[in-house]
Design a protein around this ligand. Sequence first.
Ligand code: FMN
Length: 329
Amino acid sequence: MKIGNIKIHGNLFLAPMADVTNPAFRMLCKKYGAALTYSEMISADAVLHENARTTSRGLSCEEEKPFAIQLFGNSATTISDAASIVEEKYSPDIIDINFGCPANVLVKDGSGSALLDFPEKVRDIISSVCGKVNTPVTAKIRVLHDMKKTIDIAQIIEEAGANAITVHGRTQAQQYSGKAEHEYARNIKNELSIPVIANGDIIDGFSAKQILDYAECDALMIGRAAMSNPHVFREIAHFLRTGEQTNTDECAQRIADFKEYVRLLELYGLEEYVDIRMHAQWFTRGINGGRHIRQGISKTRDKKSIIRLMESLCAQFPEKNVNGVIHGN
Ligand SMILES: Cc1cc2nc3c(=O)[nH]c(=O)nc-3n(C[C@H](O)[C@H](O)[C@H](O)COP(=O)(O)O)c2cc1C
C-alpha cells in the first residue's frame, strides 16, 4: 500500500504510545515486521520551544524507515509550524496529527480528542499542515457516539488533504475501557478514498483477521499488545499468511526481546528517558508466572538484575503458550 508517495510494505502498524514508542522500542517492533512505526505524540509547542525530550522522541535511523512522527496541539499555526521544523530536522516519512488522545491534560487544553467537537478546526489544522510540508500527512481519530458525525469528520480530514486516517474505535469517554467498535472504520472505508487504518483491541492473529475481514480496511494498528510483546507483529503476520498460530516459547521470547530492547536503549542513548523497571513489567504481562516476576522486578534497581530475575523466575514457571494475551496474570 501507499500513503501519499510512501510505499509501505505490509499492513501491520505500531501505534503511537506515549512513554512507550521511543526509537529503541520502535526498532524492536520493526525487526518483527511492523510495516510502519509511530513516534510517541510530541507537543507542537515543545517542538517550537525545543527541548531535549522532544529531540529523543523524534530521533530515528535509516533502518526504521518508513516511520511517522505524531504531533499534538490546539492551533493550526502552531501545529503546522512544528510540522515544518520536524520535517526539516527528523525527515519522517509521515507526519501524523493526534485527534484522539482523551487525557485530561490535553483535552482541557483543546488538543487531542477535544478537537473532534470542532470539525472546522480539524479542517484548518490538516490543511495548514499539508500546506506547510511536503511529507505525507495523516490523522488519528477516536470515534464519536454519532456514526454520521464521525464519518463527516473523516471526510473533512480527507478533503483537507490528509493521505490516510487511523480510526480508534472508542469514544473519548470510553478512554481505554469497553470494546473498540470497528463498524466506524468499515463505514469510513466505504466513504473515503484514502487508506483507512483500523485500531483497537487487535491482540493476536484471530482478532487481526476478524477486523481486517470485517472492516475491509487497508491496515491495522496495534498498541497495547505490542507494548507487552513486540513479537506480536510476527505472530499476526504468520497467522494472516497461514491461518496458524506460531508456537513460540513466550517466556524465552520476552526475555530475549527485553535484552534486545535494553541494548537498543543503550545504542540510542535513551536510558535516561526510560523507566526501565516499568518497561520490564510490561514485557512480563501475559506470561506464565508474570505476577511473581513483576513483584520481583519492583524490588530491583538495575537492568542486569532485572534480566537475571526474569531468567530465574521464568525457569520456575514452565511456559504454557499464551499467545498475545495482555491482561493475563
Ligand atoms: C500507554 C499508551 C500511550 C498512548 N499514547 C498515545 C499517543 O501518544 N498518541 C496516540 O495517538 N495514541 C496513544 N495511545 C493510544 C494508542 O495509540 C491506541 O490508539 C490505543 O491503545 C488502542 O489500540 P490498542 O487496543 O491496540 O492498544 C496510547 C495508548 C497507550 C496504552
